[in-house]
Design a protein around this ligand. Structure first.
Ligand code: HEM
Length: 411
């Protein structure tokens, strides 16, 4: 592993990112349980209260928690820019984000206005604080790596898309669904720049480092996220099939290039993170294909399938896979720093054993396939829900196992 480009001395306290990583799978479990008890026919429309609640358990609960945790780790380590008061910052953020997400999701699911208002307010504060502090640190960073502008654009997209939808909620008297034409901007910017832009920026660093591939070519690293932003800006002003196709092609280029790098990687040891990323890229390509089909033959079921493949497939698999590298790496790093040497410490593969991660990968794969089949064939949602709940629980258990190792070795 080449960690030479990292400023490891800047690493924040262990629990600053870890509290987010450990809470995230609980939202995955909650989404699974909700799905288990959801009515049949849930997926016939995108706009039911249960669908909105489920979407945000995933986007704010699982993906958001992991991404907010990862950015707190990556800004100091990749950009070399220390965040002020990292432990306190993380606690405040966590104290706003977690109840904010729970309240917002409850508000969406039950049409509960106070939940929407209080959840929206807490999340607005969390996002404003997070983007201001991390954005300021990135601004001051001397690093020239393409990950820095990608992260900065992702942060701005999060802020913009959240501000827009909160404003729409306020204007509608805090009722969902909003069914407002501008909702597409919330979905577009949050999904394509906050989520995908950040995954791209992070991939430039972590795919070569952890999956032992060649680097992404410089032109691709420089072009991809700014191109997404340019196309999405044009699409926001003038939505058209052509711009959608160009956006789809940009996403496909990332998926295909990543698969190509993985195919030609230097060392061919089986690795669960690599397989999570293969599923992620495969799902991204299928989501792109479904999107192109939908552009010419709009269909409510295919529309839901695009969301499933993109959020529960691409984004969730990429993030779940990275957790199996980031968490053991952080635990190993903090143990080494504490002890002053690596002697007698477990290596990364012993902190979370590969066999446990592999079992969770199978569970995850089963839940993704079941969910896609449930949407397409109108199956009852409980089997998919059960699989998601089990996958989330197993992920939590594996990460918690890493924490137990840390406690056993920290001395
Ligand atoms: C402050 C945080 C957020 C709030 C208050 C919020 C609120 C909302 C609301 C009210 C809707 C329903 C729109 C409508 O009825 O027309 C919605 C839809 C959606 N939001 Fe968010 N959202 C937030 C963050 C996010 C994030 C970070 C993502 C990440 C991708 C996201 C993804 C989506 C998606 C995909 C939909 C469409 C859901 C569907 O098709 O069923 N949201 N959001």
């Amino acid at each position: 592993m080449n960690a030479g480009a990292l400023s490891l001395s800047q690493t924040p306290p262990l629990w600053a990112p870890l509290r987010f990583f450990l809470t995230a799978p609980l939202f995955l479990m909650a989404a699974g349980l909700t799905l288990m008890f959801a009515p049949d026919g849930l997926f016939t429309t995108r706009w039911s209260p249960a669908m909105l609640a489920l979407t945000h358990m995933l986007t704010l609960g699982f993906l958001g928690m992991c991404m907010v945790g990862a950015v707190q780790q990556l800004v100091p380590v990749l950009a070399g820019a220390r965040l002020p008061w990292p432990e306190g910052f993380s606690r405040v953020l966590y104290g706003l984000w977690t109840p904010g997400t729970v309240l917002l999701v409850a508000g969406m699911g039950w049409g509960w206005r106070i939940g929407l208002q209080s959840g929206g307010a807490l999340l607005a504060l969390a996002i404003l604080l997070f983007v201001t502090v991390c954005g300021h640190a990135l601004w001051r960073s001397g690093s020239r790596h393409e990950t820095i502008p990608a992260m900065a654009l992702a942060l701005l997209a999060l802020l913009g898309s959240a501000a827009l939808v909160i404003w729409l909620l306020w204007r509608s008297g805090w009722q969902v669904p909003l069914a407002h034409p501008m909702t597409r901007l919330h979905i577009g910017w949050a999904s394509l720049v906050w989520i995908t832009g950040l995954i791209m920026g992070v991939a430039y660093q972590v795919v070569p480092m952890f999956q032992l591939t060649s680097p992404y070519p410089g032109w691709l690293r420089r072009a991809l996220v700014p191109l997404l932003v340019l196309l999405l800006s044009l699409w926001s002003l003038w939505p058209s099939a052509w711009l959608s196709l160009l956006l789809a092609a940009t996403l496909a280029a990332f998926g295909l290039w990543t698969l190509r790098l993985q195919q030609h990687r230097r060392r061919r040891i089986p690795d669960t993170t690599l397989d999570f990323w293969r599923v992620a890229m495969g799902s991204l390509l299928l989501a792109v294909l479904a999107w192109v089909v939908w552009l010419y033959r709009p269909d409510a079921r295919v529309e839901v399938l695009i969301g499933v493949l993109f959020l529960a497939g691409f984004a969730t698999a990429a993030v779940n896979g990275m957790l199996y590298k980031i968490v053991p790496f952080l635990i190993w790093l903090h143990l080494t720093n504490r002890r002053g040497s690596q002697a007698g410490l477990p290596n990364m593969r012993q902190i979370i054993p590969e066999s446990h991660a592999r079992r969770q990968w199978w569970l995850y794969l089963a839940s993704l396939v079941l969910l896609s089949l449930t949407v397409m064939l109108s199956l009852p949602p409980w089997p998919a829900g059960l699989a998601w709940a089990a996958s989330g629980m197993y992920l939590f258990w594996n990460l918690w196992g890493g924490v137990r190792k840390y406690r056993a070795y920290r001395g």
